[in-house]
Design a protein. Structure first.
Length: 206
């Protein structure tokens, strides 16, 4: 005499029968009430969140097999879409509070927060400074530079020194660029003032 099955076992057997029947009944896919009822139940389950579970997005199978297992659809939780990139960013070093070059006004000194060896710091700084001088406009701050040119500087720096990619949104590279551009602006203003003074002296002697 067969032992009595539990309600859970009975439901499992019923789901298996329905799923197998529906998958194999390809010729009557549009006309089968059982198929429609089955997929309606799947849709309701995927769009709700019972027991705290996340809703799912069906992911069609790309396999060429015609077996019932290849016809089933897998589910990917909505909240996991794009989470891999977010997770990678979360693992990177965050930017300190405040602005670079303003340690006495709520900011920080780049060399101090990076905690690199001096020779390593100066090597990277020198490389980025050369990129800035050759590719960017020394009269403009970072926010007013051409984006494609700034991206080219960032990419070249990260290729040369992969450690720069360990900082969220490449903030360390951005700070090197900001400091160099600021220094260039100061130098250019100083040079312009010196030129104007020289012109005045020249005119006064004439």
């Amino acid at each position: 005499m067969a032992s009595a099955s539990t309600p859970q076992e009975g439901a499992k057997t019923a789901r298996h029968f329905i799923h197998t029947y529906v998958d194999e009944d390809d010729d009557n896919e549009a006309d089968s009430p059982l198929r429609r009822a089955y997929h309606d139940s799947i849709d309701r389950r995927n769009t709700s969140s019972p027991s705290g579970q996340l809703p799912c997005i069906p992911v069609p199978s790309t396999g060429s097999s015609t077996s019932s297992s290849s016809k089933r659809q897998s589910c990917t939780p909505v909240s996991t879409i794009g989470s891999e990139t977010d997770s990678e960013d979360d693992d990177k070093i965050p930017k300190p509070l405040g602005e670079v070059g303003r340690p006495n006004r709520g900011g920080y000194t780049l060399r101090v927060v990076l905690k690199w060896k001096d020779e390593h710091y100066h090597e990277i700084k020198s490389f980025i400074n050369n990129l800035v001088d050759s590719k960017l406009d020394g009269t403009l701050p970072l926010g007013k530079q051409i984006k494609e040119k700034v991206d080219a500087v960032r990419e070249a720096a990260a290729v040369k020194f992969p450690i720069l990619d360990e900082y969220q949104d490449q903030w360390a590279t951005n700070d090197f660029i900001k400091c160099r551009l600021k220094g260039r602006q100061v130098a250019l203003r100083k040079a312009e003032l010196e030129r104007q003074v020289a012109e005045k002296k020249k005119k006064s002697k004439a």
